[in-house]
Design a protein around this ligand. Structure first.
Ligand SMILES: *Cc1c(COP(=O)(O)O)cnc(C)c1O
Length: 423
């Protein structure tokens, strides 16, 4: 698989290089030179999820890695189920939260971890990343116990829910967590400094494992096929709850490979840069607003350049995408009405379900993506529904475990000392 840098088209790299580098020159995103077209998609839809996913990833990576390696990576990464349930006469839900940290980020993080562990064996890697919740948990679990990889995760002390904290700060072994006595921006600033520090760069291989890594998108293509395999119709509409638009990019790539999806709806919360852009043609990000679907509180989505390129490749341009912004009130109403239909959701899935309902027409059948388990957003869900939400075993198990985090002030010299000392 060959990829090029969207900012400098002459920079062409193989998958392994894109995986380890993350970004190209001038922080440009890597994009595939070619999107493989599947022959006989119908036969793919007949296969079970794992077998099918091996073939899908193989279409991208078998030329570089061989199908045997691809099979092993997929099998190790996707060790949890993906489920499709019917919600009402026109809507079904694709549940992506059955992984170890109860959010869809497990798919991308676990696949990326397996790739790095398999392909970057010459030297120990340090994954250094800042998190405000979901990403850190997914990264910590994905890399836990992998021999050649040390993980250091920074997070703002007291700014994430204690349950969320327990989910990734209780693992130990190769997972090191540091509570920084400041905010998320300060954590991100520390990480950025480490990536440009010469002493650190010359003594270890750093990787940020962040959400723009191409390996994550390849993993996420697979579950769109599951939606189409279960909801069999030629009028399939898929609504994706969007933050950085990585998930939507993967869906569009699935369609570009030949998956029969009639159209996509990019659902956003009040952070509506994209829906406004599709209407006006002007890209005008506003300051980010805090909402109950906080993993979607993004006003400058990092994967947007990739979305534009896939749409162009498919020949539709921006007309090929609809985007709907959903308010806080609508999100809560959607959560309530799903519950009345017998489906317990959480804010992110509810945004997508609402956008889907607004947009479905005629004989269309819709699928919305449920990106997190309702228990992860317990407080909001309980407050909206006035019902208790039970903890799933994954969360129940860690609730009383000891938090193993170190604590640190937001001082780069301390972080540097830590990184250089403990290797
Ligand atoms: C990250 C996240 C999103 C947004 O996904 P993008 O790929 O960034 O668009 C939506 N819901 C949940 C629960 C998330 O953690």
């Amino acid at each position: 698989m060959k990829l090029y840098n969207l900012k400098h088209q002459e920079e062409v790299v193989a998958f392994t290089e894109a995986l380890t580098k993350g970004m190209g020159r001038d922080r440009g995103l890597f994009f595939p030179m070619q999107i493989p077209a599947l022959e006989n998609v119908e036969s793919f839809l007949e296969m079970p999820f794992l077998a099918r996913s091996k073939r899908i990833i193989g279409a991208w990576l078998a030329d570089e890695l061989g199908q045997t390696v691809v099979d092993r990576l997929v099998e190790n990464a996707f060790n949890f189920p993906v489920k499709v349930r019917r919600v009402d006469s026109a809507r079904s839900v694709l549940e992506l939260f059955h992984g170890p940290t109860l959010a869809f980020k497990d798919f991308g993080a676990r696949f990326m971890a397996q790739c790095l562990n398999e392909l970057a064996v010459d030297e120990k890697i340090t994954i250094l990343t800042a998190t405000s919740g979901d990403t850190g948990a997914a990264v910590a679990h994905a890399f836990y116990g992998l021999e050649n990889i040390r993980v250091v995760i920074l997070y703002p002390e007291g700014k994430i829910s204690s349950l969320q904290e327990k989910l990734f700060c209780t693992l130990g072994e190769n997972i090191h967590t540091i509570a920084i006595s400041s905010d998320f921006d300060a954590c991100q600033e520390l990480v950025k400094k480490a990536f440009v520090d010469e002493d650190i760069q010359s003594s270890m291989r750093l990787n940020s494992a962040n959400s723009i890594n191409i390996s994550r998108l390849l993993a996420q293509i697979c579950y769109y096929f599951e939606a189409a395999a279960v909801v069999r119709t030629d009028e399939l509409v898929v609504a994706v709850p969007c933050g950085n638009f990585g998930n939507l990019t993967a869906g569009l790539l699935a369609k570009a490979m030949g998956l029969p999806i009639k159209r996509f709806i990019a659902a956003t919360n009040a952070n509506d840069t994209v829906p406004r852009y599709l209407k006006s043609g002007c890209w005008q990000p506003n300051p980010t607003i805090a909402t109950s679907s906080n993993a979607m509180d993004v006003s400058e989505p990092s994967n947007w350049p990739r979305v534009e390129v896939v749409l162009k490749t498919m020949g539709t341009g921006l007309n090929g995408l609809e985007s709907v912004s959903v308010s806080e009130d609508e999100t809560k109403d959607s959560l309530k009405s799903l519950y009345r239909e017998g489906y317990l959701s959480e804010p992110h899935g509810s945004v997508a379900a609402c956008a889907l309902q607004k947009s479905l027409q005629g004989n269309e059948q819709g699928v919305f993506l449920a990106t997190a388990h309702p228990a992860k957003f317990k407080e909001t869900v309980e407050q909206v529904l006035n019902e208790k939400v039970a903890l799933p075993p994954e969360l129940e198990k860690v609730k009383n475990q000891k938090n193993l985090s170190d604590r640190m002030t937001a001082d780069f010299s301390l972080l540097k000392e830590y990184l250089l000392a403990e290797r």
